[in-house]
Design a protein around this ligand. Sequence first.
Ligand code: HEC
Length: 134
Amino acid sequence: MKIKLWFGAAAVALVAVVQAQDMSDEAIAERIKPHASLKIAGAEDASASAGAGGPRSGETVYNNACVACHGAGVLGAPKLQVAADWQPRIDERGMDMLLQNAINGYNAMPPKGTCGDCSDNEIQAAIDYMIEGT
Ligand code: HEC
């Protein structure tokens, strides 16, 4: 009897989990969209790696690899598009040095921001995106 009860509870929990997922047509279409548009238009897949689909945009690289620290300024990371965080670094070191530090690592900043398959150009694009408007 105890075992039956347990199974019952497990089944209820399982149903709850399945129902919690949004299975509407709209949600499913949204989920498969990048692949669908890639097939139809042959457009650049923003999530593809450099080898497969050309370079990713700075924004894509940032959102994949940099936001974890540069979004909130974790460990003192200069924050996205906050001039007060970036300008002193640009003034002090210049853009080339910033790029070199991003590629090679700098204090708590890991090499390539842990984006191991990022090209130097993609790192540069991510930096350009982060300092945009500063
Ligand atoms: C694990 C956290 C972390 C991630 C992930 C990360 N950064 Fe950083 N980054 C830092 C920290 C911390 C600093 C500040 C280091 C310092 O000044 O001591 C920094 C500094 C920088 C700087 C300034 C370097 C300088 O010379 O002043 C650049 C440029 C940079 N990051 C680019 C990136 C890019 C591009 C990515 C994503 C591809 C990225 N970071 C991902 C933590 C991170």
